[in-house]
Design a protein around this ligand. Sequence first.
Ligand code: ZN
Length: 177
Amino acid sequence: MEVRICNTCGIEKSLIDFPKRNGWYKHRCIPCEALTRKEYEEKRRTTPERQEYMKQYRPKYYLKNIDKIKTKVYDWKKLHKEETKVKMTIYYENHKEEIEAYKSNWRADNPEKIQATRNRRRARKAQTPQNDLTGAQWLELQVAFNPSLCLLWQAGQRSSDPGPPDAIGAQWSPYVA
Ligand SMILES: [Zn+2]
């Protein structure tokens, strides 16, 4: 098998360990090539010009892809639930004062939002179905789901005074209409 010495790491390797371009094998092996590229990218990323560019570009990219990014972050968090929890706890512990200050500032700046949340919560609470069944209706419902209560129900229907709760069963007394 044909071999070649990599001009970067100096290790003799077989030709298939070298990247091929236009039918020719390069003189730098695949891992060295990857490493060089990575270093180059890293260097490029950390130049002041590049950082300045990214600073301007990043918010634009974020706004343009907001849904995509949000979904991605959401999925990642769902997949790494425990990790996220730990991370957030650590972050909170390290930035407690900042976070609390931010929160109280936000609350002071957004009283209308707080009120809106409060109203929403109240509305939600008011919408939850209230139990307005009469005692007899409630018992009927229970009997439908649990026929063994049937005798109890009949006893209640026949007598206006079902007697002390102990006589018929503790279940009975709260549901007398
Ligand atoms: Zn090499």
